[in-house]
Design a protein around this ligand. Structure first.
Ligand SMILES: *[C@@H]1O[C@H](CO)[C@@H](O)[C@H](O)[C@H]1NC(C)=O
Ligand SMILES: *[C@@H]1O[C@H](CO)[C@@H](O)[C@H](O)[C@H]1NC(C)=O
Ligand SMILES: *[C@@H]1O[C@H](CO)[C@@H](O)[C@H](O)[C@H]1NC(C)=O
Ligand SMILES: *[C@@H]1O[C@H](CO)[C@@H](O)[C@H](O)[C@H]1NC(C)=O
Ligand SMILES: *[C@@H]1O[C@H](CO)[C@@H](O)[C@H](O)[C@H]1NC(C)=O
Length: 418
């Protein structure tokens, strides 16, 4: 109870500092012209460990490999991130998920790596990925066991954080299994404090599956927080999660992001169009871009999606405003217009066909909060072309089944000088 009261005081103190939020250098305040982007909670609570000024990018072992992991796989993945050029595009965290540790703590009560699959230990892996200019992530659980029943970190926060820091770990994903029914708001802050006490900058990724509306409290606890249950490699799962994550848009900002879970692009359960939509919407929502496929063995289509620099740039835009569903039209809301404000008064727009018939989708620039009478240049982020004609009033395109179009609209300067 005492702890909770202290926490409340801290939250209130942070809230009163909200108006003092500093945007990253060179970034303007969100434009008043652009109303649909609710930024009322933008950056309100920040963990303030200097990390996550833009959403994290990298790879995580779970979606493709689950428990079938070992140090060779992690090294080969780091090698592949570099050799494919993905590391250079920003995918720089190499994150080991569950199953890296032994079934038991050692005699001193410390976590230990699984001796069969990680015989060289985690420090050796951290050294390996650091030499390549990458960061190493690890996984634990805010409960007595991990989801795969390895030892959890609940009540061992300080020991485990020190151990991770001593290995050179840069990122912790912190899961929610075997949690003894204690509320996340009580179980997640102790690890924040333990990580902070190590003095090492460790990205803190909360994974309490959105059960306790983490956007409302996690901003000063972690650098990102899962908003939903686990994703699976299907269109239904991906679209459901996108809609659920959208609800929390106003809480994301530099330092702390909503996390609709890792990417499934390249894992085989969706079509090319569906994966392209998955990647576009995740980028627009300022979701972490954590690859979940076998990057040692990607098809050219998978690589083409994941390496789209222009879409990545939307995700990594320094303003850090999460794009949202602006409106949906047609039978079953088939025609959807999603958009997000970018730095430089630009707006990213996704026209998303959620149904099984080709549709023409029209974005009303007025409903996006833009000046309907103004000229806007239009960059198509998937064809990598700038449309030959500027648009005024609305932007319309034909969109294939489950596919999307993604654009950046840039108002011509005259709009803002009048
Ligand atoms: C390491 O894991 C990968 C991926 O599951 C697997 O293909 C490989 O056989 C494993 N290697 C060893 C030495 O266990
Ligand atoms: C620890 O927390 C303080 C206070 O928020 C912050 O200024 C500092 O940067 C943090 N240090 C690390 C290593 O996260
Ligand atoms: C590479 O991926 C293809 C499917 O895209 C699969 O058939 C093949 O077995 C994979 N190769 C390896 C070495 O995993
Ligand atoms: C369409 O979306 C609106 C909100 O955007 C929602 O209230 C309504 O239930 C949706 N309709 C269907 C059929 O999904
Ligand atoms: C979409 O618009 C194109 C012209 O751009 C038109 O040829 C086509 O018939 C329209 N399709 C639908 C489904 O309205």
């Amino acid at each position: 109870m005492v702890y909770l009261r202290l926490f409340t005081v801290l939250v209130l103190a942070m809230a009163s500092m909200a108006s003092a939020l500093r945007l990253p250098p060179g970034v303007e305040e969100p434009s008043r012209l652009i109303r649909p982007f609710d930024t009322s909670n933008y950056g309100k609570f920040q963990l303030n460990n200097g990390l996550a000024l833009t959403p994290q990018m990298g790879w995580n072992s779970w979606n493709f490999f689950a428990c079938n992991i070992n140090e060779t796989l992690i090294r080969e993945t780091a090698d592949a991130l570099v050799s494919t050029g993905l590391a250079e595009l920003g995918y720089n965290y190499v994150n080991i998920d569950d199953c890296w540790s032994n079934m038991k703590r050692d005699d001193e009560g410390q976590l230990q790596p699984d001796s069969k699959n990680f015989p060289s230990g985690i420090k050796a892996l951290a050294d390996y990925v650091h030499k390549k200019g990458l960061y190493l992530g690890i996984y634990s659980d805010a409960g007595v066991f991990t989801c795969q029943v390895r030892p959890g970190s609940l009540y061992h926060e300080s020991d485990d954080a020190k151990l991770f820091a001593s290995w050179g770990v840069d990122y912790l994903k912190y899961d929610n299994c075997f949690n003894l029914g204690i509320k996340p708001i009580e179980r997640y802050p102790p690890m924040r404090d333990a990580l902070n006490a190590t003095g090492r900058k460790i990205f803190y990724s909360l994974c309490e599956w959105g059960v306790d509306d983490p956007a409302l409290w996690a901003g000063n606890v972690g650098n990102s927080w899962r908003t939903t249950d686990d994703i699976s490699d299907t269109w239904e799962s991906m679209t459901t999660i996108a809609d659920l994550n959208d609800k929390w848009a106003s809480y994301a900002g530099p330092g702390g992001w909503n996390d609709p879970d890792m990417l499934e692009v390249g894992n085989g359960g969706m079509t090319y169009a569906e994966y392209r939509s998955h990647f576009s919407i995740w980028a627009l929502m300022k979701a972490p871009l954590l690859l979940g496929c076998d990057v040692r063995n990607m098809t050219s289509q998978t690589f083409e999606i994941l390496s789209n620099k222009e879409v990545i740039a939307v995700n990594q835009d320094p303003l850090g405003v999460q794009g949202r569903k602006i409106y949906a039209e047609g039978t079953n809301n088939c025609s959807q217009v999603w958009a997000g404000l970018l730095s430089g008064k630009k707006v990213a727009v996704v026209l998303w066909n959620r149904c099984s018939k080709v549709v023409n989708i029209s974005a009303d620039l007025g409903l996006l909060g833009l000046d309907k009478s103004a000229q806007h240049t239009v960059r198509d982020l998937w064809s990598h072309t700038t449309l030959s004609e500027n648009v005024v009033g609305s932007l319309t395109a034909q969109v294939k089944v489950h596919d999307c179009k993604m654009y950046i609209l840039t108002p011509t300067s005259s709009v803002y000088t009048s």
